[in-house]
Design a binder for this molecule. Structure first.
Ligand SMILES: C[S@@+](CC[C@H](N)C(=O)[O-])C[C@H]1O[C@@H](n2cnc3c(N)ncnc32)[C@H](O)[C@@H]1O
Length: 293
């Protein structure tokens, strides 16, 4: 199914980059300075991003404060990029972004372009739209990612990634952010097994997933509304795990748990002391795992 949106429905990949464009343009101290985000937007969403009142207008029109979940999305990408920077310092030179959507790491990181090659995995239609937007952009990309079209539900990354030039015998760094809720439990667990076969010892993967955790009434109501908007847009949330079950899932697949963090950790790390009140307002689980020997 197409995931690039249709009419008023942007699709989650473009919706996420619109949020980052707005955050970058208007926040006093962006958690992720996504200077390429604006370049990847269509004309209408570019106008929304440029409007300093757009968050307030969306809240007034829909009653949904998207910043509470946007902060999870942005903070999670920052979390992954911090890990990528540490990997580069260790000499890792391959970065695979699963469910990359309109991620802009490859496009904007001039400082790392000749030190790490970026592979992006997503649906073919999302990648095709992104390619067109890169071609039409005024800015010059730091590097063009290698696009690897894969549907996690039906395809194996281990077939596609080595064919695209990825070397599984050398260490790599991976992220899988803001995507797993859209992937079934079965496909997520199969993909984790498959990814593990491509990871030389010491390789790491950062991801986030939806935890089955107790919710306050306000959180349940909020997540109900957001879940409805993604379902209506054709991208329903379909997976979640008890945190202890998720730890078992990764251990069974040969991963060592480095960190299992929460939205509170994100807030402490990236959103403390902000004057704009932006913070991760919904439960989230962030994990860093390493391929054990
Ligand atoms: C909310 S967007 C997040 C994109 C990006 N990681 C970010 O944080 O901006 C979710 C992404 O997952 C991709 N996705 C969802 N299900 C997928 C599947 N079965 N196979 C490949 N990609 C998938 C979507 O196309 C979309 O780009």
């Amino acid at each position: 199914m197409a995931k690039t949106g249709d009419g008023d429905n942007l699709g989650t990949a473009e919706g996420a980059v619109l949020g980052r464009a707005s955050h970058t343009l208007h926040a006093e101290n962006p958690v992720l300075r996504d200077t390429w985000a604006i370049e990847l937007l269509g004309e209408a969403s570019r106008a929304v991003a440029r409007d300093p009142e757009s968050d307030a207008k969306v809240l007034a029109a829909s009653g949904i404060d998207f910043r509470l979940i946007l902060a999870v999305g942005i903070g999670s990408l920052r979390y992954a990029e911090d890990e990528v920077e540490r990997a580069v310092e260790r000499g890792v030179d391959q970065y695979v972004i699963l469910g990359a959507g309109f991620d802009t790491f490859a496009l904007r990181r001039n400082d790392l372009a000749d030190r790490i090659r970026v592979f992006e995995v997503d649906f073919p239609d999302v990648q095709s739209l992104k390619r067109d937007r890169i071609d039409a952009a005024e800015a010059t990309p730091a590097q063009r990612p290698t696009f690897v079209p894969v549907d996690f539900e039906t395809m194996k990354i281990s077939d596609a990634l080595p064919a695209a030039g990825f070397d599984p015998t050398r260490p790599s760094i991976w992220s899988w952010m803001n995507t797993i809720p859209y992937v079934t439990v079965e496909a997520t667990e199969a993909t984790l097994s498959d990814v593990r076969t491509l990871m030389a010892p010491g390789s790491r993967l950062c991801l986030n997933y939806q935890g089955k955790v107790p919710l306050t009434e306000a959180q349940a109501e909020y997540l109900g509304k957001i879940g409805l908007t993604t379902s209506e847009g054709g991208e329903p949330w379909v997976s979640s795990w008890l945190p202890e079950s998720f730890e078992e899932v990764v251990a069974e697949r040969g991963f060592r748990l480095i960190e299992h963090a929460t939205e509170d950790d994100l807030n402490a790390r990236y959103y403390a002391g902000r004057s704009d009140g932006m913070h991760a307002g919904v439960p989230s689980r962030l994990v860093t795992i390493e391929a054990s020997d």
